[in-house]
Design a protein around this ligand. Structure first.
Ligand SMILES: Nc1nc2c(c(=O)[nH]1)N[C@H]1C(S)=C(S)[C@@H](COP(=O)(O)O)O[C@H]1N2
Ligand SMILES: [Mo]
Length: 343
């Protein structure tokens, strides 16, 4: 075992690169964007008493009306961020759009996409607050047009032991941080997500959680080139169930560190509280780097299942991204004291 050398994800052979056409077809995207309207028209034509409001959208029909749709798909795809051998194939969008954690819309993974219809994900603003020279309210459109959008294919590993491989579209979080100019006393970056009980059934009914969902990073983690602000997936803007119109993705951390549908970014001197650490401190730490060596109190983290395949693979330290991020933690995957059960 010890002799098997696993090459880094970006050192790949030609045939490992997923042809763009497999997951991306511009005509399909245009068809999807118009799909809701076509369905609604069909239902009206089909029978009396069935209006547009009753039409059930499909899992791939939840892209909000996006004023920046012209930016998709993107031309820039960094060859370092491809699945490579150990990551296998890009997951089908049908999987990534129907197997979701997004408690604002309920706890049933296959139910999230069914509940997102009332969520108005555009227009969208992000408030930047705290210890920065350029605080204020930024229109998401302005940010999407300010930074070149690029595609990053990242493995997404949930603490529940499943993973998917997703072609995200967005820009490095570092670009946004540079733009708002943190002051020297800013040591952490906190993210707060949308809070609209009337548009989100889980948010409304599960009153015991510390809403709104919130997460945070140390400044050097936020500046790492892997940290990604995501506005799109599979060649088009994000589906609502995947965090439209803007989310974070941090491939070396468990999925809960990547907040969806963010509305505020706050720069602080002290370590901010986080949703899961506040709710269940004995199970979820602040750093939460993917670590096969530190079991969750209720299950091992040594393996993960690739959703939709029935295949299990060994989980890698830092989810396989250690070459980029291990320096941030002095080489230790789980920092001392991050979760009480880690030794
Ligand atoms: N706002 C918000 N963001 C969230 C969550 C959530 O419940 N609410 N769940 C997290 C968890 S546990 C995971 S695994 C990922 C799931 O992202 P996906 O559904 O796009 O795969 O979103 C994360 N971000
Ligand atoms: Mo998760």
């Amino acid at each position: 075992m010890a002799n098997i050398h696993i090459p880094p994800g970006w050192r790949l052979r030609e045939r490992d690169v997923t042809p763009e056409s497999i997951y991306l077809d511009r005509r399909q995207f245009v068809a999807r964007m118009g799909g809701g309207a076509v369905l609604a028209a069909a239902s009206i034509a089909c029978g009396p008493g069935r209006g547009a409001a009753e039409v059930q959208r499909g899992p791939l029909d939840n892209i909000p009306d996006t004023p920046t749709a012209d930016l998709y798909p993107v031309a820039m795809s960094d060859p370092r961020f491809t699945p490579g051998e150990r990551h296998g194939e890009v997951s089908p969008e049908e999987i990534v759009a129907t197997y979701n954690n997004f408690y604002e819309f309920g706890t049933d993974k296959d139910g999230v996409w069914r509940n997102v219809a009332p969520f108005e994900a555009r227009p969208w603003e992000i408030e930047v607050s705290g210890l920065v020279d350029n605080p204020g309210v930024y229109d998401l459109v302005e940010l999407e047009r300010a930074f070149p959008l690029e595609e990053r294919i990242y493995r997404h590993r949930c603490v529940e032991r499943w993973s998917v491989v997703v072609p995200w579209i967005g820009f490095p979080l570092a670009r946004l941080v540079e733009r708002v100019q943190p002051r020297s006393d800013a040591r952490y970056v906190a993210f707060v997500t949308f809070d609209r009980p009337e548009q989100a059934i889980g948010r409304k009914s599960m009153t015991w959680w510390p809403w709104p969902y919130h997460e945070a990073l140390r400044m050097d983690e936020a500046m790492n080139e892997l940290a990604f602000v995501v506005t799109g997936m599979y060649g088009h803007p994000l589906q609502k169930q995947n965090g439209a119109p803007v989310r974070i993705h941090l491939p070396w951390k468990y999925g809960y560190k990547s907040p969806k549908s963010i509305v505020r970014i706050d720069f602080t001197a002290e370590q901010p509280p986080t949703f899961w650490n506040t709710s269940t401190p004995a199970e979820y730490g602040f750093y939460s780097n993917v670590d096969p060596g530190v079991p969750h109190p209720r299950w091992s983290q040594a393996q993960e299942e690739i959703v939709g395949t029935g295949t299990r693979i060994p989980t890698l330290p830092f989810n396989g991204y250690g070459e980029w991020v291990s320096d941030l933690y002095g080489g230790r995957v789980t920092p001392v004291g991050d979760v009480p059960h880690a030794r």
